[in-house]
Design a protein around this ligand. Structure first.
Ligand SMILES: [Zn+2]
Length: 187
């Protein structure tokens, strides 16, 4: 974790919603992240395939966006890459219950250990950009984690059955303005 990040992520039940753009898991907002002295509540996370960020020109199969907001609406997002590997126990509580369409009722998850959805190595790089799913808000503080998490082929396939491709055109990591050293993301 960067020096300026302090996380208090809890075990929470989520509400799994099909937004028409993605599967989004809405949270009660009890989990918080302090970034640079600003306190953000974790509001939701959602999934893109393939990844929206690239590393050395390569996409990952999926990318999860953990979206935080301050009480006055400032947004901060953690982008977490997904690679194929072992099944994720926590995402296993979501994948079987994804509503098939926007008309389907949202489903509540069993308790999710949110911190267990992140990689052990929390190295991250940061830039200011916009939110990739509607509404596109400017001024989002992005933190992209260098280490991916793993999901099984079956878990990725389950998502892709609903959304075969829902990433916006790739955001190359090169020319953006980063805080701190340039990303070292040899894949
Ligand atoms: Zn997103």
């Amino acid at each position: 974790v960067k020096d300026d990040v302090q996380m208090q992520w809890k075990v929470e039940r989520g509400l799994v919603v099909n937004t028409g753009h993605t599967i989004q898991i809405n949270l009660p907002g009890h989990s918080t992240t302090m970034i640079g002295g600003q306190n953000y509540a974790l509001k939701q996370f959602h999934i893109h395939t393939p990844s929206e960020h690239q590393v050395s020109g390569l996409s990952y199969p999926m990318e999860v966006h953990f979206v935080h907001a301050t009480s006055d609406g400032k947004l901060a997002v953690f982008g977490v890459f997904v690679e194929i590997g072992a099944a994720s126990e926590e995402f296993g509580k979501i994948m079987p219950f994804m509503p098939a369409s926007t008309a389907s009722s949202p489903t509540e998850t069993s308790p999710l250990n949110l911190a267990a959805m992140l990689p052990r190595d929390m190295s991250m790089f940061r830039y200011r950009g916009s939110l990739t799913t509607p509404p596109c808000s400017e001024g989002v503080l992005w933190s992209v984690l260098s280490s991916p998490i793993e999901m099984s082929t079956e878990q990725v396939t389950a998502f892709r059955r609903l959304f075969s491709a829902n990433a916006r055109p790739v955001q190359p990591m090169g020319p953006r303005a980063f805080e701190g050293p340039a990303p070292r993301l040899a894949h």
